[in-house]
Design a protein around this ligand. Structure first.
Ligand SMILES: Cc1cc2nc3c(=O)[nH]c(=O)nc-3n(C[C@H](O)[C@H](O)[C@H](O)COP(=O)(O)OP(=O)(O)OC[C@H]3O[C@@H](n4cnc5c(N)ncnc54)[C@H](O)[C@@H]3O)c2cc1C
Ligand SMILES: NC(=O)c1ccc[n+]([C@@H]2O[C@H](COP(=O)([O-])OP(=O)(O)OC[C@H]3O[C@@H](n4cnc5c(N)ncnc54)[C@H](O)[C@@H]3O)[C@@H](O)[C@H]2O)c1
Length: 444
């Protein structure tokens, strides 16, 4: 039968394309379905475009740090040119990803996949069948159900702005709010971030979050904590953002950065006995749903790990194994996670709060690295590390880093944690000097 496959993957993002590619390489007949842009969130409207915009922010910051230390006159961000640079990358992603899938011998179809009342999967009305199905439909920005919610824009809109408005307001202090606020500020917007409680970036070390906010405040990013936004109304002078307390501000663009919701509603999952909730599709520790022929991977699955591209890739590789040679339950290694702000905030492994509950076992040390050679040479404003050492084994088990180099340092720390390297192990190796890696020995 023409429309009969071994596996149908629904969603062509990092998770779905990795499952489809891995299974095809193992000789499976695979169909992948994508309703929108091939490549999904990360390269089209997530990690990659964000980090391209951040390149200009990093260059500007680096030049500013060296003012009076060898540089004069800092650069300015030319937003339309920066956006053209970003589009030079993103414009080719969907067609390039599609071409790559076809080249690998993966069947592709563009459209919305839905399980009908009879359990049959159709893509925009065309029936397609397989032995197994993989849901990899990701998440989309949540829109708060407030008065004037139609005036809210999302990270997707921000990452494709033709011009940077004079005033930009973010509702929600998570990854997206902090990262995009950093970019908007560097592009000279008047930036406000409104958060509904006193714990923005709640999964990060609170003292390090406070240090990051202090730095951003120095750059004139305005934080408004404990404000519950109730309405965003369009008026002659701009959008009026109002909160329950009576707080109000006027702005030109309101980005709702209050989290993301799983793409599940359109799939007809109730027709095939697959359960889901606000966290996503419920799976067991083999990424299998209540229907034994349907699996879920990546952002859409309700797994107990952060929703990130490398996590999606890890789950995809695991599932390729499961669908070819079923084995043990999935086990996650340490998952590094980071906020690309100024400076960057990154974290991995055991938190300081958890370590402090067992003071006999763990040593928690906060290290100010600002004056270290690595940071001094480019005039860094602040470089902090909080490191958790397991005293019996002498290994690092967790770390939070706040610095311009945190995105690189956190990967080294992740390797130290996964490989269980002690200070002695590290000192038996030679690492190139002077580099951030050669500082690792001072973190134990
Ligand atoms: C602004 C932003 C910045 C980010 N930055 C980072 C970062 O720096 N580092 C990092 O690790 N992660 C980052 N992320 C998260 C990262 O983008 C996701 O973790 C990753 O894309 C998840 O991959 P996925 O394949 O599970 O889902 P997605 O990439 O969302 O792909 C799912 C695909 O399924 C499609 N789809 C949905 N429903 C259907 C349907 N019914 N039929 C067919 N197709 C369907 C969608 O159109 C989409 O293309 C960021 C996210 C955002 C929004
Ligand atoms: N650097 C990265 O790796 C990166 C970057 C962006 C996104 N992501 C991924 O995307 C996911 C979503 O990011 P996000 O920032 O949209 O979500 P998030 O869950 O990280 O943050 C949303 C924030 O909004 C707050 N919030 C919720 N309701 C609110 C309200 N009514 N008013 C004000 N604040 C409110 C929440 O308390 C939370 O702090 C992340 O969890 C992450 O998995 C990763």
């Amino acid at each position: 039968m023409a429309n009969q496959y071994d596996v149908i993957v629904i969603g062509g993002g990092p998770a779905g394309t990795a499952v489809a590619g891995g299974l095809t390489a193992q000789g499976k007949r695979v169909l992948i379905v994508e309703a929108d842009l091939w490549g999904g969130t990360c390269p089209n409207r997530g990690c990659d475009p964000k980090k391209i915009l951040l390149s200009a922010v990093e260059a500007k910051e680096a030049a500013e740090h060296l003012q009076h230390r060898g540089l004069i006159a800092g650069p300015q961000i030319d937003w339309p040119a920066l956006m053209a640079h970003k589009r030079g990358y993103t414009d080719g992603i969907s067609s390039g990803t599609h071409a790559s899938l076809e080249k690998q011998g993966i069947a592709t179809i563009h459209g919305q996949a839905t399980f009908g009342a009879d359990g049959q999967l159709t893509v925009d009305g065309t029936p397609v069948s397989a032995r197994d199905y993989v849901i990899a439909t990701g998440q989309r920005p949540a829109i708060l159900p407030i008065t004037g919610h139609e005036n809210l824009r999302t990270s997707t809109d921000f990452l494709d702005l033709d011009d940077m408005p004079k005033r930009v307001t973010f509702i929600g202090g998570g990854y997206v709010g902090f990262e995009l606020a950093t970019i908007a500020k560097a592009a000279d917007a008047d930036v406000h971030l409104i958060h509904h409680n006193d714990r923005p970036l709640k999964n990060f070390d609170p003292a390090m979050v406070q240090a990051l906010m202090t730095n951003l405040e120095k750059e004139d990013v305005h934080f408004h904590l404990n404000e519950d936004v109730t309405a965003v109304t369009k008026q002659a002078d701009g959008y009026h953002v109002q909160a329950a307390s009576g707080f109000e501000l006027v702005t030109d663009l309101v980005i709702c950065s209050a989290g993301r919701v799983p793409n599940v509603e359109q799939l007809g999952l109730e027709n095939v006995g697959v359960a889901y909730d606000r966290q996503g599709v419920q799976v067991n520790d083999h990424l299998q749903t209540a229907n034994t022929h349907i699996y879920a991977v990546g952002d859409v699955s309700a797994t107990p790990v952060p929703k990130l591209t490398p996590v999606a890739g890890y789950e995809a590789r695991y599932l390729v194994g499961e669908l070819t040679q079923p084995g043990a339950a999935i086990q996650y290694p340490a998952v590094p996670t980071q906020v690309f702000a100024a400076p960057k905030l990154a974290q991995v492994g055991l938190s300081a709060a958890a370590a402090q509950r067992e003071p006999d076992r763990y040593r928690v040390q906060t290290i100010d690295m600002t004056k270290w050679f690595t940071y001094y040479r480019f005039g860094a404003q602040q470089a902090l590390a909080k490191v958790i050492v397991d005293q019996p084994s002498g290994t690092i088990v967790g770390a939070t880093v706040l610095s311009d180099l945190a995105d690189e340092m956190i990967n080294y720390l992740t390797l130290l944690i996964d490989q269980k390297l002690t200070l002695a192990d590290l000192q038996h190796r030679i690492l190139a000097y002077p580099t951030p890696a050669s500082d690792l020995q001072y973190l134990y």
